[in-house]
Write a protein that binds this ligand. Sequence first.
Ligand code: NAD
Length: 368
Amino acid sequence: MEDLFRFGDELGPVKILHISMREVGLKAVVVVDNTACGPAIGGVRMAPDVSAEEAFRLARAMTLKNAAADLPHGGGKSVIFADPKMPPRDKEALIRAFACAIAGLSDYIPGPDMGTDELAMGWVKDEIGRAAGLPRELGGIPLDELGATGYGLAAAIDVASKAIKLELKGARVAIQGFGAVGKHTARFLAQKGCVLVACSDSRGTLISADGLDVSALITLKDSGKPVIDFPRGEKSDTDAIIDVPCDIWVPAARPDVLTRENAGRLKARIVAQGANIPCTTEAEAMLEARGVLVLPDFVVNAGGVICAAVEYHGGTESTAFATIEEKLRRNTALVIEQSRRSNTSMRQAAMALAIGRIRNAQRARRWR
Ligand code: NAD
């Protein structure tokens, strides 16, 4: 038997639930990491190769993200061990069985993650009356369609640019990964006067020092084509995005894209982490040593979870966007200020902010 207590520290997890329902072929693990600030919110991931350890690490990331976002929610995560591409009827049966199994776990609010979507959350809500990230018809706010995370990133970049006296009008932006996060970040930054000088996807990099037409590029991507199919601009391989001279570099694709080996090539003043853990610890330290302002993932890509939390509490799309703007501006400013005052890295400052909030909340709770 795996020793699940090895994950434990002063923050959590408070509960780990193992689910095994042989008659429906359901195997799942739910980690409720910390509930000091409120019920844990976190996605349901469906994949054949997940693990309890992965669920714990993802749940902890949600604890920190939700606290850094100043949401009245703790962090949790679940993993269902199954192939998400199974026939839709089987998937519905499995998700409904999962929902029934977590019915009594009232301090965990599930949301969509890799392998699950809004419809799946609709089934969960139908079974147990609670879920975030619902279809629009059930009160959901479609965060990827609206660009909630990109909106928050653009607000954070606005605050960061003022801190380093970078004029956003005319600032050059390069975006790695032109998907739900990347393309909306480009759109909201263009509205602030920034110039998109490069963007990439899994097929290649598109570069134009004079600036790219963001709406035309979004139309192209939405039609299913790669950015290198754009009729204008220079085309290069995927890796070339790292070498493009720019003011703001936004990783919005995969983890660990900046490492000790390639971080020296980056020529930017701000790195705004749209993706989760896009830089290794060494890469982050190298960038900060060169004076690059690195905006940590769990602070600046929280727009999506803020949107989900507002939805869960019955708020509208406009409330969600106003809340994202307010929280992202405030929290980014606090982290920059704390990092400067204590002469620590931006990530250390963000961790101190999040953990401080959790500790304060714990003081008000009976079970710490
Ligand atoms: P997505 O699938 O919509 O887009 C990802 C994009 O990255 C695609 O265009 C893909 O072609 C591109 N890509 C893949 N590999 C690449 C590579 N090696 N180089 C360049 N581009 C590459 O995904 P998304 O929802 O935009 O999420 C992107 C990242 O942001 C993920 O790490 C995700 O975990 C994180 N994130 C997403 C949200 C959200 O609200 N969607 C919130 C927080 C964090």
